[in-house]
Design a protein around this ligand. Structure first.
Ligand code: PEP
Ligand code: MN
Length: 349
């Protein structure tokens, strides 16, 4: 961190800044120019709040040199590994995310009935997916639409898991359902796009040590997103999977704008965490899900999460973006090939 003092800042103001920094256990390197003084911090600035520094007398600007996230940072992990990137695989009930094979997560938007879950779970398994999704608690824009089955939905998820052996991923909207998630053997907690900056929820989920699928919020920039993931790691939960699911832009043709550039930035520049893609919410149109899913595989994303339904016209939620069993099979089969081709090419670089 570098602190730029205002032109002509007096010695007293410079000394006050210096004292402020030293009191927090950091060293100081001062450059006294003709017009202004610049103060460099020596040590780890994580505990220094930029905004408080900015509020000190005669401070004009603060420039950060290190990322505001430490535990999720790729460069730190790389430095600890002799300069080579080292990614952290996540084990979801025996399914390894980030171990050289893409992971496919599929299922309906919402759990609607036991029968619906069983039908879908069986073909999801047959198609070669690794994990089963389905929302029991649904974050719906309109309060008048289907809100999910709640606990009953968790029960059906567990039954579908018992019948197929597929571990389950489902969304947690409030910490008050955590005990139920444990009771029904949820294998991976999804934090939805509307909750990625719900820090109290993140702190509670961190305590469980269960794998977490942290979706990026629709208006969350990459740095803020990684700072949210940092909450989970600082809270003691290293089992974090990131998920790009589209952001808000001026474009309204697609439900969201899928930000594949962010996926590349996260994976190759910023973090050692696993990064998967949700082409379903990222496009909102079933015709676009397989193409965008394949594009994600070309980036060597660590996996894909998609919505599928056996009878989308009757779906209680998000039917128009649900792909068919056949589309799911194409995505998984071709996706694997694209992933391996791209991975090999990128490893040669
Ligand atoms: C979902 O996956 O069901 C969902 C609601 O996604 P998102 O949080 O990305 O909108
Ligand atoms: Mn949905």
């Amino acid at each position: 961190m570098i602190i730029h003092m205002e032109i002509g800042a007096n010695e007293e103001a410079v000394q006050a800044v210096e004292d402020f920094i030293r009191k927090r256990g950091l060293g100081v390197e001062k450059i006294i120019g003709k017009e202004r003084t610049v103060i460099g911090l020596i040590g780890d600035p994580q505990g220094i709040d930029e905004n408080i520094v900015l509020g000190l007398d005669a401070v004009e600007k603060v420039t950060r040199i290190t990322e505001p996230y430490r535990l999720v940072s790729l460069s730190r992990k790389r430095a600890m590994n002799g300069g080579k990137p080292l990614y952290t695989a996540v084990d979801v009930a025996g399914v390894k995310v980030g171990a050289g094979e893409p992971v496919f997560i599929a299922g309906p938007c919402a759990v609607e009935s036991l029968e619906q879950m069983m039908i879908i779970a069986r073909y999801v398994k047959e198609a070669g997916a690794h994990l089963l999704r389905g929302g029991a608690y649904k974050p719906r824009t309109s309060v008048y639409t289907f809100q999910g089955l709640g606990e009953e939905g968790l029960k059906y998820l567990q039954e579908a898991k018992n019948a197929t052996g597929l571990p389950i991923v489902t969304e947690l909207m409030s910490e008050r359902y955590l005990d139920l998630f444990i009771k029904y053997g949820i294998d991976c907690i999804q934090i939805g796009a509307r909750n990625d900056l719900n820090y109290d929820l993140l702190k509670e989920v961190a305590k469980t040590r269960l794998p977490v699928l942290l979706k990026r919020g629709m208006s969350t920039d990459i740095t803020t997103y990684l700072q949210a993931a940092e909450y989970l790691l600082v809270g003691g939960n290293p089992n974090v999977i990131l998920c790009e699911r589209g952001i808000k832009t001026f474009e309204t043709y697609t439900r969201n704008t899928i930000d594949l550039g962010a996926v590349a930035a996260l994976k190759y520049l910023e973090t050692h965490l696993q990064v998967i893609v949700d082409p379903t919410h990222g496009t909102g149109k079933r015709e676009l899900v397989v193409p965008i899913g394949l594009a994600a595989m070309a980036l060597v994303a660590d996996g894909i999460i998609v919505e599928t339904h056996h009878d989308p016209k009757k779906a209680l939620c998000d039917g128009s973006q649900a792909i068919s069993q056949q589309q799911l099979e194409t995505l998984i089969q071709t996706g694997r090939e694209v992933y391996h081709t791209a991975r090999q090419a990128l490893m040669k670089q």
